[in-house]
Design a protein around this ligand. Sequence first.
Ligand SMILES: Nc1ncnc2c1ncn2[C@@H]1O[C@H](COP(=O)(O)OP(=O)(O)OP(=O)(O)O)[C@@H](O)[C@H]1O
Ligand SMILES: [Mg+2]
Length: 254
Amino acid sequence: MALLEVKNLTKNFGGLTAVGDVTMELEKGELVGLIGPNGAGKTTLFNLLTGVYEPSEGTVTLDGQLLNGKAPYKIASMGLARTFQNIRLFKDMTVLDNVLVGMSNHHSSHAFSAFLRLPKYYLSEAELKEKALELLSIFNLQDDAETLAKNLPYGQQRRLEIVRALATEPKILFLDEPAAGMNPQETAELTQLIRQIKKQFNITIMLIEHDMSLVMEVTERIYVLEYGRLIAHGTPEEIKTNQRVIEAYLGGEA
Ligand SMILES: Nc1ncnc2c1ncn2[C@@H]1O[C@H](COP(=O)(O)OP(=O)(O)OP(=O)(O)O)[C@@H](O)[C@H]1O
Ligand SMILES: [Mg+2]
């Protein structure tokens, strides 16, 4: 059984099928791409997987547990974390506090484990802070710990979003266009970082990205959506030369 199993997933908005009959799987430790022209349904698919939207049809299963009908916070506590296409940070809070918020959410969602006195959930304030700073240092943000999030340069705000998502200790991390708006140098750093996250945290990552060189460079498999439907699936090499995919992209630009 795969870590995440998506079966015949559909989301209709009135007459529009934003996601139609999508079936896919994510295995533990994989780095998988999700691409497709604008409006293909990529973000809607993330919204379905993380509980923001309820599917019109189909199922999502994590570790054999059905996620349908569960609230986003519940799904987050079960191990799915994400970043957003448009950055969502607590802009008037410090970099460190943005990360601590992610950690304490995780903390309180395990009230039952705390009750059982499992040591993990008895981290002191100081220990939590130390852990947050450790995460920040992996992302080269430790010197900005006391900076307000809104005062960080754009590329670093994007990185902070990823740190915050990782602070919840997810099994799967969904990244929605993490390189959007980044300059080439920031994108190159991000590419390196995504590789490092995968290696260091041994988590599963699904990446939506329009920057094809980034997607082709870091992912092991790629799913391609067009008008809500999966039109292709394969290795970066296979996707690069897939006629159907080439047409979808050229059609979108014409
Ligand atoms: N809440 C909503 N209500 C109605 N229509 C929606 C809603 N959310 C998305 N859509 C529509 O669903 C389709 C898929 O949108 P979605 O944002 O998932 O695409 P996307 O692949 O993420 O595109 P982009 O690359 O531009 O981010 C679009 O036609 C969009 O207008
Ligand atoms: Mg989108």
